[in-house]
Write a protein that binds this ligand. Structure first.
Ligand code: PLP
Length: 378
């Protein structure tokens, strides 16, 4: 049996979610834009899913747009807001540890004449709120800060950023792809103008995401075509995917406290056992502001790629950093940003816990790591 410890990369579809999706592949296959019942019923089903998403984050259902993934939601929010508000200004503030879906979107806007400020982070991965405030100019139209980092699990001070954004009348976008399902989010309370999520990170299917955009926030669509998603996102709706996302977010929010408690137990056990048994390690990220299921540790003197390979031989799935940068030999940009020297950054192992993990599995994980690290250090 495979032991899966890479829940920040993706998760298995929950059985209940799969059951909810099933009818929409073969029996209820209609196009949601069609006028006959087979289509109209799907439009209604999509709107029920929309309501579930809205309920989960405390917004109205007309503020939710379905997309194909977290990356698309990030693109649509940032490019969409930037394009629609270019008359007001061309300056965007983000952080240097954002996911590539945000960073590369900002890079692309830079080529089109936008000016981007990339906020630095401290050794825990936290942004500095004073630096944020100092970076604001009369031309600033958008602040984009991720809720929780995908590599080191650091949870950013979102409420405080929301307050600053409000004070200066600037839109605030949050990439919440790692946070949804792990943290209870209330977009109103947090002062968030737009927020992205992706179903496959919380036991839903791959290939479907959602974007919240607060009513009144102007944004331009970036994909032209039909009238779907109230003119904001053209393309025939992925009905099974959307139904799956709706079911997954509902389940996640219902069970969020018990889920966090379980993950926290596994994480603390893992940290303490690794700390006791393996010398010369560096725990990356924050002790207190951290996703319950996230761990990221450097095993000094060990090549991270070989560590993963040896763990794979023992049927253990983990990650060296973000999935997007795995395979490349480059050290993680996030680890470099928190001040880890590049040689040490190459020895990192990200273990992210999830619902099917047990204490037994975690013991096996720890002893496997201990064995492999000893071997590779020899
Ligand atoms: C996974 C992830 C994304 C991208 O989501 P996809 O659905 O895989 O495109 C964006 N941001 C963060 C923080 C992520 O973890």
């Amino acid at each position: 049996m495979i032991k899966y410890f890479d829940h920040a990369a993706t998760t298995a579809v929950d059985k209940e979610v799969f059951e909810a999706m099933k009818p929409y592949f073969m029996e209820k296959f209609g196009n949601a834009s069609s006028v006959y019942r087979l289509g109209k019923e799907n439009k209604e089903a999509i709107n029920i899913a929309r309501m579930k998403v809205a309920e989960a984050i405390n917004c109205n259902m007309n503020e939710i747009y379905f997309t194909s993934c977290g990356s698309e939601s990030d693109n649509l929010a940032i490019k969409g807001i930037a394009l629609a508000n270019s008359k007001k200004g061309n300056h965007i503030i983000t952080t240097e540890i954002e996911h590539p879906a945000v960073l590369n979107t900002c890079k692309s806007l830079e080529k089109q004449g936008y000016r981007i400020t990339y906020l630095k982070v401290d050794k825990e991965g936290l942004i500095n709120l004073e630096e944020l405030e100092r970076s604001i100019t009369p031309k600033t139209i958008l602040i984009s800060v991720m809720f929780a980092n995908n590599e080191i699990g650091t949870i950013e001070p979102i409420k405080e950023v929301g307050d600053i954004a409000k004070k200066y009348g600037i839109y605030f976008f949050v990439d919440a792809v790692q946070a949804i399902g792990n943290i209870k989010i209330d977009v109103k309370d947090l002062g968030i103008s737009a927020l992205s999520m992706s179903a496959h990170k919380f036991y839903g299917p791959k290939g479907v995401g959602a974007l919240y955009v607060k009513e009144g926030v102007e944004f331009t669509r970036i994909q032209d075509g039909g009238h779907q998603e109230r003119e904001k996102r053209a393309g025939t709706e992925n009905v099974p995917g959307i139904i799956g996302l709706g079911k997954a977010i509902e389940l996640a929010n219902t069970n969020i406290d018990a889920y966090n408690k379980k993950l926290l137990e596994l994480r603390e056990f893992y940290f303490s056992e690794i700390g006791k048994r393996i010398p010369n390690i560096l725990i990356n990220g924050s002790k207190n502001n951290r996703l319950a299921g996230n761990t990221n540790i450097c095993f000094k003197g060990v090549d991270g790629a070989r560590l993963l390979y040896e763990l794979d031989k023992r049927k253990i799935c983990a990650s060296s950093g973000s999935a997007c940068s795995a395979g490349l030999l480059k050290p993680s940009k996030v680890l470099l940003a928190i001040g880890v020297p590049s040689q040490i950054a190459r020895s990192s192992l990200r273990v992210t816990f999830g619902k099917e993990n047990t204490l037994e599995d975690t013991k096996y994980l720890v002893s496997s790591i201990e064995e492999v690290v000893k071997e590779l250090r020899r």
